[in-house]
Design a protein around this ligand. Sequence first.
Ligand code: FE2
Ligand code: FE2
Length: 268
Amino acid sequence: MAYDFAGDTFDLDDDNDRAIVRFVLSQALYGEATGVYCGKSLYAARSLEAARFYVRQAHQELNHLQLFADIFKELGMQPEGGHWVIKLLSAHNNYYPLKVMMEHAMGEGMVLDIFREVLLQTLPDDDPRVPSIKKKLRAVCREEEEHVAWGEKETKRLLVEHPWLRTPYYGLLEWQLAVAPLVARAFTGKEHRVLRHLPGFIAYIRERMWEQGQRLGFVPPERPGALKRAWAMAWGAALFVRSQFARSTSKLEHVYLGELGFQPEGAS
Ligand SMILES: [Fe+2]
Ligand SMILES: [Fe+2]
């Protein structure tokens, strides 16, 4: 069920509206630039399937970067830098279990919320520049859906292999839910027909991510009390700190024979 902006749109000829759209698009552009670094995960890919995914994803993210640059040019806008929250949430993580859950399943899930719900609903269809922009955005959304699906598939697999990840994963979701809405502070004090939807939209994202975490199997049916939550968040923070020291190690040269359907060396 999508969030409904009730037909409220931006006016792309109004300076105030353009400043808001420019901010949102600039975060997208920054996120796509860092998205290209998913290519780094190719080095640590544990299977041919993972290697294929990261090659395709890097290609797609590079393409998204160019598509957003084209959108800026169509609108005659100059991008600004990334917000600190976006920089934090989009930083590359070498620790695979955190990468697939935080970056692909949750992070790109939020990216999809912004592209699909905010941009596709609030850019005005009666502006002659918008149909071509929305065509690009729809193509980007289709590919982001693939990235989220990969993150969800790998998160589920990792939870089966390492059930202890459930608690830190849940704690990290609580962190993400606490930090992500801070981007909205960029709009503090601004009155606008689209911005009045912000509290409702943030609540929608929280609910959707909560439901996603339950579906993936690391969010409890009821939100735990403050103490249990703090425990999970401490675990999540500890795993995040540990992930900052993780080294990327190559895998494919150890598994390629089996992956290609040959007998692995040493096997009889
Ligand atoms: Fe992307
Ligand atoms: Fe993506």
